[in-house]
Design a protein around this ligand. Structure first.
Ligand code: ATP
Ligand code: MG
Length: 205
């Protein structure tokens, strides 16, 4: 990438990826003048170890299918290929090494998740590596989040963006597939087809 490039990183389990994720990435791209958004499906996700998570390879393929038509979107295998738990700090450091010191990293995440990160181990190192773009979801109190950020006075750079209220979640989509309720127009059509082809989410997971 060019010197001084601005790289967005959209991390997620993407089990499955849906329009909420894609709208969010597009909104971040435009609002923060990013050169590219890198979708980063988790390997073995740190916060979902108790759940049954779909194999990383299926989640990776769905992410590729969902983003293939957008020249500003890319998918990284970094976490998928890394065995064991992946910590955000390790991913950000790997990206820093990969793209060099002049590339600015923007970590896009739900505003709900950003507060977990601030309290993580290695929070200080994370704060040095990336700016956070915190995305608000339906029903989220944006002003309260901004206020508590100021009160906490961390070194974290957190920018808040609002996306059109998309009450879409992977949890709901998995439940819909299982109950054979409609999922069209909530995910890109190739993802719907892939879920059907592989028989994903039919069993209680
Ligand atoms: P689950 O229901 O299993 O928690 P999810 O729909 O939240 O899944 P994740 O893969 O956990 O999907 O989310 C990846 C990132 O996208 C997170 O930062 C999350 O906050 C954000 N996100 C998820 N759904 C939406 C949505 N509808 N609009 C905006 N951001 C979203
Ligand atoms: Mg989630």
């Amino acid at each position: 990438m060019r010197v001084g490039a601005r790289l967005g990183i959209m991390g997620g389990t993407f089990d499955p990826i849906h329009l909420g994720h894609l709208v969010t990435a597009e909104e971040a791209l435009v609002q923060f003048n990013l050169d590219r958004v890198l979708f980063m499906p988790t390997g073995l996700p740190a916060f979902k170890v108790d759940d049954t998570v779909t194999p990383a390879e299926d989640r990776y393929v769905m992410t590729v299918l969902a983003t293939a038509s957008n020249p500003d979107f890319d998918v990284s295998r970094l976490e998928v290929d890394r065995p064991g738990l992946t910590y955000t700090v390790d991913t950000l450091e790997a990206l820093r090494t990969l793209y060099g010191p002049t590339t600015e990293l923007f970590f896009i995440t739900g505003a709900d998740a950003v507060w977990e990160i601030v309290t993580w181990r290695d929070a200080e190192r994370i704060a040095d590596l990336a700016t956070f773009i915190a995305v608000t979801r339906p029903g989220y109190d944006l002003d309260a989040a901004r206020r508590s950020h100021e009160e906490a006075s961390t070194r974290f750079r957190i920018e808040y963006i609002e996306v059109p209220s998309l009450a879409i979640s992977s949890t709901d989509l998995r439940a819909r597939v299982r109950a054979r309720r409609p999922v069209h127009y909530l995910m890109p059509e190739p993802v719907v087809a892939y879920i059907d082809k592989r028989g994903l989410y039919r069993e209680l997971g």
